[in-house]
Design a protein around this ligand. Structure first.
Ligand SMILES: [Zn+2]
Length: 111
C-alpha cells in the first residue's frame, strides 16, 4: 500500500488501524486517500466472511453440539486467521488514490 502523492509505504500493521477505507490520511504527507471501489468491495466481502465465521460457529452449536468453550476457541483461532489473511490480501493489493477535496469545505484550514 503506497501513498500516490508521496509514495510513502503504509505498513501492514498501520493498515490494520484504518477504520474507514474511504478516508485515510497519509502519515507522511497528510494527503487524503481513499480505496475507492476496492474499499466498498473489500468491506462487503469482509462482512460476508465475518458472517460466515460466525455462522459456522452457530451451525456447529446447533447441529454438532459445540460447547461454549468450543465456540470461544473457534473465534479465537478463526477470526485472527481468516480476517488477518484477508486484511493482508487487502493491504497487498489495495490501490490508494488521492481524494481531491474542495477547498474550504474542511472546516479547518492550514495556515
Ligand atoms: Zn503521502
Amino acid at each position: 500500500m503506497h501513498c500516490p502523492a508521496c509514495n510513502h509505504k503504509i505498513g501492514f500493521f498501520k493498515s490494520l488501524l484504518i477504520v474507514n477505507p474511504f478516508r485515510i490520511r497519509c502519515p507522511s504527507c497528510g494527503a487524503s486517500l481513499s480505496m475507492g471501489r476496492f474499499g466498498t468491495l473489500f468491506l462487503a466481502i469482509g462482512f460476508i466472511l465475518g458472517v460466515m465465521v460466525g455462522g459456522f460457529a452457530m451451525y456447529m452449536k446447533e447441529y454438532k453440539s459445540w460447547k461454549m468453550t468450543d465456540i470461544v476457541l473457534w473465534f479465537l483461532v478463526a477470526f485472527p486467521t481468516v480476517i488477518g489473511a484477508y486484511e493482508w490480501l487487502g493491504w497487498r493489493y489495495a490501490k490508494l488514490r488521492e481524494e481531491h477535496e474542495r477547498e474550504g469545505c474542511k472546516g479547518k484550514q492550514k495556515i
